[in-house]
Write a protein that binds this ligand. Structure first.
Ligand SMILES: NC(=O)c1ccc[n+]([C@@H]2O[C@H](COP(=O)([O-])OP(=O)(O)OC[C@H]3O[C@@H](n4cnc5c(N)ncnc54)[C@H](O)[C@@H]3O)[C@@H](O)[C@H]2O)c1
Length: 255
């Protein structure tokens, strides 16, 4: 018997890194997974992997920064399975390590659009269904950049601080409706996240300043480390954990 038997889980950015690991693990634990991803190739690959292992999955291609496509993920989950128990807002992109003085409008809009507007659109669409069902569990993949100003540029840092705000507000306002909402704040994790930016465009001064803190990183995690924590947070074993921003960073935030 799986830990998520009978549950329906929507995971964004499911084609790579932590999202892929969570989609595979949640399906293995018996969840019906709705895998959201904007990259058609990686979406097809994770869908194939889950099906080959005997899991249940519906792949939905879309950009979480586009309101209709973000809301469409929830609509597809409801159409396919008639309920939504678990939402993981995971899709995200890096910035260019720019400080506020060097920030371009294009980077601000891209990073805030994907990392913060997307989770807002999807959570807003999902919560009424969860309230009607009597509850649900939401996990937002934030970052140590949601807890510190020393790990990324201003756009990424602001997006992840905002995502923790979305987490805490959702947790408090819907706690009595049976909805729990927590954030995971990973440190360095071995994924494909660096492919989300053009490394030749990184801001040199910002990168040099951030390197001071990167040099203190105790070690990198694997995507499965984050998937295991996310799994715990969406099960009833974590029923009293709500509104938290949990660092999963090998101790980096203890600095
Ligand atoms: N890797 C790290 O060190 C690290 C650390 C802290 C937080 N995070 C966060 O973890 C989350 C997952 O990232 P990852 O490290 O697994 O990276 P990844 O690039 O391996 O996976 C992210 C996935 O999201 C998809 N995606 C990106 N933008 C999208 C959009 N607009 N719509 C739909 N899909 C989109 C990508 O195509 C990719 O498949 C992100 O929110 C990231 O900010 C990563």
């Amino acid at each position: 018997m799986g830990k998520l038997d009978g549950k329906v889980a929507l995971i964004t950015g499911a084609g790579s890194g932590m999202g892929r690991s969570m989609a595979v693990l949640f399906a293995h634990e018996g969840a019906k997974v709705v895998a959201g991803e904007w990259n058609a190739e990686s979406l097809a690959a994770v869908v194939d992997e889950i099906k080959a292992a005997g899991g249940e999955v519906t792949g939905v291609q879309g950009n979480v920064a586009v309101q209709a496509e973000a809301e469409g993920l929830v609509d597809r989950a409801m159409a396919a399975y008639g309920r939504l128990d678990i939402l993981v807002n995971n899709a995200g992109v890096m910035d260019l390590n720019q400080g506020i003085g060097e920030l371009s409008d294009a980077i601000w809009e891209r990073v805030l659009g994907i990392n913060l507007n997307g989770p807002m659109y999807i959570t807003r669409r999902a919560v009424p269904h969860m309230v009607a069902q009597g509850g649900g569990a939401i996990v937002n993949i934030a970052s140590v950049a949601g807890l510190s100003g020393a790990t990324a540029g201003v756009a990424y840092t602001t997006s992840k601080h905002g995502l923790i705000g979305l987490t805490r507000s959702t947790a408090w306002i819907y706690a009595q409706k049976g909805i729990r909402c927590n954030a995971i704040c990973p440190g360095g994790v071995e994924t494909n996240i660096m492919a989300s930016i053009d490394p030749t465009k990184m801001d040199p001064a910002g990168s040099a300043r951030l390197q001071v803190f990167y040099n203190t990183m105790p070690g990198a995690l694997k995507p499965i480390d984050i998937a295991n924590l996310a799994l715990y947070l969406v099960t009833d074993e974590a029923r009293y954990i709500n509104g938290q921003a949990i660092a999963a960073d090998a101790g980096w935030m203890a600095t």
